[in-house]
Design a protein around this ligand. Structure first.
Ligand code: NAD
Length: 273
Protein backbone atom coordinates (compact mmCIF):
# COMPACT_ATOMS: atom_id res chain seq x y z
CA UNK A 1 0.00 0.00 0.00
CA UNK A 2 1.38 3.37 -0.96
CA UNK A 3 1.31 5.62 2.10
CA UNK A 4 1.67 8.80 0.05
CA UNK A 5 -1.31 11.12 0.52
CA UNK A 6 -2.82 9.08 3.39
CA UNK A 7 -3.94 10.57 6.69
CA UNK A 8 -2.54 9.09 9.91
CA UNK A 9 -3.15 9.17 13.65
CA UNK A 10 -0.18 8.31 15.89
CA UNK A 11 -0.64 8.28 19.65
CA UNK A 12 2.39 8.76 21.88
CA UNK A 13 3.94 10.60 18.94
CA UNK A 14 5.96 13.07 20.99
CA UNK A 15 8.56 10.54 22.13
CA UNK A 16 10.42 7.32 21.39
CA UNK A 17 8.85 4.84 19.00
CA UNK A 18 5.82 7.04 18.20
CA UNK A 19 8.02 10.01 17.32
CA UNK A 20 10.32 7.89 15.12
CA UNK A 21 7.23 6.48 13.37
CA UNK A 22 5.96 10.00 12.63
CA UNK A 23 9.29 10.85 10.99
CA UNK A 24 9.17 7.70 8.85
CA UNK A 25 5.60 8.47 7.77
CA UNK A 26 6.65 12.02 6.88
CA UNK A 27 9.42 10.49 4.69
CA UNK A 28 6.72 8.40 3.01
CA UNK A 29 4.87 11.64 2.13
CA UNK A 30 1.68 11.02 4.06
CA UNK A 31 -0.64 14.03 3.80
CA UNK A 32 -1.16 14.70 7.50
CA UNK A 33 -0.29 13.07 10.82
CA UNK A 34 -2.26 13.73 14.00
CA UNK A 35 0.31 13.50 16.81
CA UNK A 36 -1.64 12.65 19.92
CA UNK A 37 0.19 12.94 23.23
CA UNK A 38 -0.20 14.40 26.69
CA UNK A 39 3.37 15.77 26.79
CA UNK A 40 3.62 19.48 27.70
CA UNK A 41 6.12 20.15 24.91
CA UNK A 42 3.91 18.65 22.17
CA UNK A 43 3.06 21.90 20.35
CA UNK A 44 6.65 23.20 20.33
CA UNK A 45 7.94 19.77 19.28
CA UNK A 46 5.55 19.72 16.29
CA UNK A 47 6.37 23.31 15.35
CA UNK A 48 10.14 22.67 15.36
CA UNK A 49 9.80 19.37 13.49
CA UNK A 50 7.50 20.89 10.86
CA UNK A 51 10.04 23.65 10.32
CA UNK A 52 12.79 21.05 9.82
CA UNK A 53 10.60 19.05 7.43
CA UNK A 54 9.55 22.19 5.55
CA UNK A 55 5.85 21.25 5.72
CA UNK A 56 2.96 21.37 8.19
CA UNK A 57 2.47 17.60 8.15
CA UNK A 58 2.39 17.15 11.95
CA UNK A 59 -0.80 18.29 13.65
CA UNK A 60 -0.57 18.31 17.47
CA UNK A 61 -3.44 17.16 19.69
CA UNK A 62 -2.66 17.32 23.38
CA UNK A 63 -4.75 15.10 25.63
CA UNK A 64 -5.14 11.75 27.36
CA UNK A 65 -5.66 8.78 25.06
CA UNK A 66 -8.18 7.25 27.46
CA UNK A 67 -10.54 10.23 27.00
CA UNK A 68 -13.20 9.21 24.47
CA UNK A 69 -14.47 12.75 23.75
CA UNK A 70 -10.88 13.85 23.05
CA UNK A 71 -10.49 10.88 20.68
CA UNK A 72 -13.65 11.86 18.82
CA UNK A 73 -12.45 15.48 18.52
CA UNK A 74 -9.13 14.32 17.00
CA UNK A 75 -10.82 12.14 14.38
CA UNK A 76 -13.56 14.67 13.55
CA UNK A 77 -11.04 17.45 13.04
CA UNK A 78 -8.67 15.30 10.95
CA UNK A 79 -11.56 14.01 8.81
CA UNK A 80 -12.98 17.46 8.17
CA UNK A 81 -9.56 19.00 7.37
CA UNK A 82 -7.86 16.16 5.48
CA UNK A 83 -10.39 13.39 4.72
CA UNK A 84 -10.59 9.76 5.75
CA UNK A 85 -8.09 8.60 8.40
CA UNK A 86 -6.65 5.35 7.04
CA UNK A 87 -3.50 4.82 9.11
CA UNK A 88 -3.19 4.38 12.86
CA UNK A 89 -0.31 3.48 15.17
CA UNK A 90 -1.60 3.71 18.75
CA UNK A 91 1.82 3.88 20.44
CA UNK A 92 1.10 5.81 23.67
CA UNK A 93 2.01 3.58 26.55
CA UNK A 94 3.06 3.52 30.19
CA UNK A 95 4.61 1.08 32.64
CA UNK A 96 3.88 0.66 36.34
CA UNK A 97 6.43 -2.06 37.10
CA UNK A 98 6.56 -3.98 40.36
CA UNK A 99 6.62 -7.58 41.50
CA UNK A 100 3.10 -9.03 41.68
CA UNK A 101 3.38 -10.22 45.27
CA UNK A 102 5.67 -9.09 48.06
CA UNK A 103 5.74 -10.29 51.62
CA UNK A 104 7.18 -7.76 54.06
CA UNK A 105 8.32 -8.34 57.63
CA UNK A 106 7.62 -5.40 59.88
CA UNK A 107 8.27 -5.43 63.65
CA UNK A 108 7.82 -9.17 63.83
CA UNK A 109 4.57 -9.30 61.82
CA UNK A 110 4.29 -10.49 58.20
CA UNK A 111 2.43 -8.20 55.78
CA UNK A 112 1.15 -9.14 52.36
CA UNK A 113 1.63 -6.52 49.65
CA UNK A 114 -0.11 -7.28 46.34
CA UNK A 115 0.24 -5.15 43.19
CA UNK A 116 -1.93 -2.00 43.29
CA UNK A 117 -5.32 -2.31 41.61
CA UNK A 118 -5.27 1.40 40.79
CA UNK A 119 -2.00 0.99 38.86
CA UNK A 120 -3.29 -2.16 37.17
CA UNK A 121 -6.45 -0.41 35.94
CA UNK A 122 -4.51 2.63 34.67
CA UNK A 123 -2.12 0.42 32.68
CA UNK A 124 -5.04 -1.53 31.20
CA UNK A 125 -6.82 1.74 30.30
CA UNK A 126 -3.78 3.30 28.60
CA UNK A 127 -2.00 0.26 27.13
CA UNK A 128 -4.92 -2.00 26.22
CA UNK A 129 -8.33 -0.31 25.98
CA UNK A 130 -7.13 2.99 24.51
CA UNK A 131 -5.13 1.53 21.58
CA UNK A 132 -8.05 -0.75 20.72
CA UNK A 133 -10.47 2.22 20.63
CA UNK A 134 -8.13 4.42 18.56
CA UNK A 135 -7.78 1.47 16.15
CA UNK A 136 -11.53 0.86 15.97
CA UNK A 137 -12.16 4.55 15.32
CA UNK A 138 -9.74 4.34 12.37
CA UNK A 139 -11.70 1.40 10.95
CA UNK A 140 -14.86 3.47 11.47
CA UNK A 141 -13.36 6.40 9.53
CA UNK A 142 -12.76 4.16 6.52
CA UNK A 143 -16.14 2.41 6.90
CA UNK A 144 -18.05 5.72 7.02
CA UNK A 145 -16.16 7.05 4.02
CA UNK A 146 -16.99 3.91 2.03
CA UNK A 147 -20.62 4.11 3.01
CA UNK A 148 -20.80 7.75 1.82
CA UNK A 149 -19.32 6.58 -1.52
CA UNK A 150 -21.90 3.76 -1.70
CA UNK A 151 -19.18 1.14 -1.43
CA UNK A 152 -20.01 -2.13 0.29
CA UNK A 153 -17.63 -4.96 1.02
CA UNK A 154 -14.06 -4.21 -0.05
CA UNK A 155 -13.03 -6.05 -3.21
CA UNK A 156 -9.52 -7.30 -4.08
CA UNK A 157 -9.48 -5.12 -7.23
CA UNK A 158 -9.53 -2.04 -5.01
CA UNK A 159 -6.34 -0.82 -3.34
CA UNK A 160 -6.07 -1.46 0.39
CA UNK A 161 -7.99 1.27 2.21
CA UNK A 162 -6.08 1.48 5.47
CA UNK A 163 -3.71 -0.17 7.92
CA UNK A 164 -3.23 -0.28 11.69
CA UNK A 165 -0.17 -1.42 13.61
CA UNK A 166 -0.63 -2.02 17.33
CA UNK A 167 2.43 -1.94 19.60
CA UNK A 168 2.75 -5.10 21.67
CA UNK A 169 5.96 -6.03 23.45
CA UNK A 170 8.20 -8.96 24.18
CA UNK A 171 6.64 -8.66 27.65
CA UNK A 172 3.39 -10.06 26.22
CA UNK A 173 5.06 -13.46 26.66
CA UNK A 174 5.60 -12.66 30.35
CA UNK A 175 8.24 -10.61 32.12
CA UNK A 176 9.18 -10.39 35.79
CA UNK A 177 7.91 -7.19 37.39
CA UNK A 178 5.44 -6.40 34.62
CA UNK A 179 2.18 -8.07 35.65
CA UNK A 180 -0.05 -5.21 34.40
CA UNK A 181 2.00 -4.26 31.33
CA UNK A 182 2.41 -7.88 30.18
CA UNK A 183 -1.33 -8.47 30.60
CA UNK A 184 -2.16 -5.39 28.53
CA UNK A 185 0.28 -6.24 25.75
CA UNK A 186 -0.90 -9.87 25.57
CA UNK A 187 -4.48 -8.59 25.35
CA UNK A 188 -3.59 -6.54 22.28
CA UNK A 189 -2.86 -9.78 20.41
CA UNK A 190 -6.50 -10.86 20.74
CA UNK A 191 -7.72 -7.44 19.66
CA UNK A 192 -5.37 -7.34 16.66
CA UNK A 193 -6.35 -10.83 15.53
CA UNK A 194 -10.05 -9.96 15.80
CA UNK A 195 -9.79 -6.57 14.08
CA UNK A 196 -7.69 -8.15 11.32
CA UNK A 197 -10.60 -10.51 10.61
CA UNK A 198 -13.33 -7.85 10.84
CA UNK A 199 -11.74 -4.75 9.32
CA UNK A 200 -10.71 -6.35 6.02
CA UNK A 201 -14.44 -6.12 5.14
CA UNK A 202 -13.65 -2.41 4.64
CA UNK A 203 -10.18 -3.06 3.19
CA UNK A 204 -8.30 -2.21 6.41
CA UNK A 205 -5.44 -4.44 7.60
CA UNK A 206 -4.36 -4.79 11.21
CA UNK A 207 -1.01 -6.06 12.48
CA UNK A 208 0.96 -6.01 15.72
CA UNK A 209 4.66 -5.54 16.38
CA UNK A 210 6.38 -6.84 19.52
CA UNK A 211 9.47 -4.68 20.04
CA UNK A 212 12.30 -5.71 22.31
CA UNK A 213 13.98 -3.18 24.60
CA UNK A 214 14.27 0.02 22.60
CA UNK A 215 16.27 3.11 23.46
CA UNK A 216 13.46 5.44 24.55
CA UNK A 217 12.69 7.41 27.72
CA UNK A 218 10.42 4.52 28.84
CA UNK A 219 13.37 2.11 28.92
CA UNK A 220 15.95 4.63 30.16
CA UNK A 221 13.64 5.23 33.15
CA UNK A 222 14.40 1.64 34.22
CA UNK A 223 17.91 2.76 35.12
CA UNK A 224 21.31 2.09 33.59
CA UNK A 225 22.11 -0.72 36.00
CA UNK A 226 19.05 -2.78 35.09
CA UNK A 227 19.70 -2.19 31.38
CA UNK A 228 23.33 -3.25 31.73
CA UNK A 229 22.81 -6.25 34.05
CA UNK A 230 19.47 -7.67 32.93
CA UNK A 231 18.57 -6.47 29.44
CA UNK A 232 21.71 -6.32 27.32
CA UNK A 233 23.16 -9.75 28.31
CA UNK A 234 19.85 -11.38 27.31
CA UNK A 235 19.79 -10.05 23.75
CA UNK A 236 21.79 -11.13 20.73
CA UNK A 237 22.48 -7.52 19.67
CA UNK A 238 23.80 -6.60 23.15
CA UNK A 239 22.60 -3.06 22.63
CA UNK A 240 19.20 -1.42 22.87
CA UNK A 241 17.17 -1.35 19.65
CA UNK A 242 17.05 2.06 17.99
CA UNK A 243 13.57 3.68 17.74
CA UNK A 244 14.19 4.16 14.00
CA UNK A 245 14.63 0.38 13.62
CA UNK A 246 11.19 -0.22 15.13
CA UNK A 247 9.70 2.66 13.10
CA UNK A 248 11.04 1.09 9.89
CA UNK A 249 9.45 -2.24 10.84
CA UNK A 250 6.15 -0.47 11.58
CA UNK A 251 6.27 1.21 8.18
CA UNK A 252 6.91 -2.17 6.55
CA UNK A 253 3.85 -3.59 8.33
CA UNK A 254 1.73 -0.63 7.20
CA UNK A 255 2.89 -0.82 3.60
CA UNK A 256 3.09 -4.52 2.84
CA UNK A 257 -0.43 -5.77 2.14
CA UNK A 258 0.61 -9.42 2.48
CA UNK A 259 1.20 -8.93 6.21
CA UNK A 260 -1.69 -9.45 8.61
CA UNK A 261 -0.22 -10.92 11.77
CA UNK A 262 2.55 -10.20 14.21
CA UNK A 263 6.22 -9.30 13.93
CA UNK A 264 8.70 -9.92 16.74
CA UNK A 265 11.39 -7.25 16.59
CA UNK A 266 13.08 -8.44 19.76
CA UNK A 267 16.83 -8.22 19.09
CA UNK A 268 17.08 -11.89 20.03
CA UNK A 269 15.63 -11.55 23.53
CA UNK A 270 16.24 -14.79 25.48
CA UNK A 271 15.97 -14.20 29.21
CA UNK A 272 16.19 -16.95 31.80
CA UNK A 273 12.85 -18.20 33.08
N1 NAD B 1 10.79 1.16 24.52
C1 NAD B 1 10.63 -0.17 24.51
O1 NAD B 1 11.57 -0.94 24.78
C2 NAD B 1 9.32 -0.76 24.14
C3 NAD B 1 9.28 -2.15 23.92
C4 NAD B 1 8.07 -2.74 23.58
C5 NAD B 1 6.95 -1.95 23.44
N2 NAD B 1 7.01 -0.62 23.65
C6 NAD B 1 5.79 0.16 23.48
O2 NAD B 1 6.02 1.14 22.51
C7 NAD B 1 5.15 2.24 22.76
C8 NAD B 1 5.98 3.51 22.82
O3 NAD B 1 6.87 3.40 23.91
P1 NAD B 1 8.21 4.27 24.03
O4 NAD B 1 9.24 3.36 24.52
O5 NAD B 1 8.41 5.04 22.79
O6 NAD B 1 7.80 5.20 25.25
P2 NAD B 1 7.99 6.75 25.54
O7 NAD B 1 7.77 6.88 27.01
O8 NAD B 1 9.24 7.26 24.95
O9 NAD B 1 6.77 7.41 24.75
C9 NAD B 1 5.44 7.20 25.13
C10 NAD B 1 4.65 8.45 24.82
O10 NAD B 1 3.29 8.17 25.15
C11 NAD B 1 2.77 9.32 25.78
N3 NAD B 1 1.67 8.92 26.65
C12 NAD B 1 1.74 8.06 27.69
N4 NAD B 1 0.53 7.95 28.25
C13 NAD B 1 -0.31 8.75 27.55
C14 NAD B 1 -1.70 9.05 27.66
N5 NAD B 1 -2.45 8.52 28.60
N6 NAD B 1 -2.23 9.90 26.75
C15 NAD B 1 -1.46 10.47 25.80
N7 NAD B 1 -0.14 10.22 25.65
C16 NAD B 1 0.42 9.38 26.52
C17 NAD B 1 3.92 9.92 26.57
O11 NAD B 1 3.70 11.30 26.87
C18 NAD B 1 5.09 9.68 25.63
O12 NAD B 1 5.31 10.79 24.78
C19 NAD B 1 4.43 1.92 24.08
O13 NAD B 1 3.17 1.36 23.78
C20 NAD B 1 5.31 0.88 24.71
O14 NAD B 1 4.60 0.05 25.59
C21 NAD B 1 8.17 -0.01 24.00
Amino acid sequence: MDLKGKVAVITGGASGIGSATCMKLADEKVKAIAIVDMADQLESYCKETNEKLGSDVLIPFRGDVVDSSFRERVFSEMESRFGVVGLCVPAAGITRDRLAVKVQRDNGSVNLNIYSETDFRRVIDVDLIAPIYWSMRTVASVAMDRSKRNKGEWQPEETTQGAIVMIGSISSAGNRGQISYATAKAGLEGAQATLAKEAIFYGVRCAIIHPGFTDTPMVRAMGERLIHDYILPNTQLRRLIRPTEIAEAICFLLKNSAVSGSLWADAGWHPRA
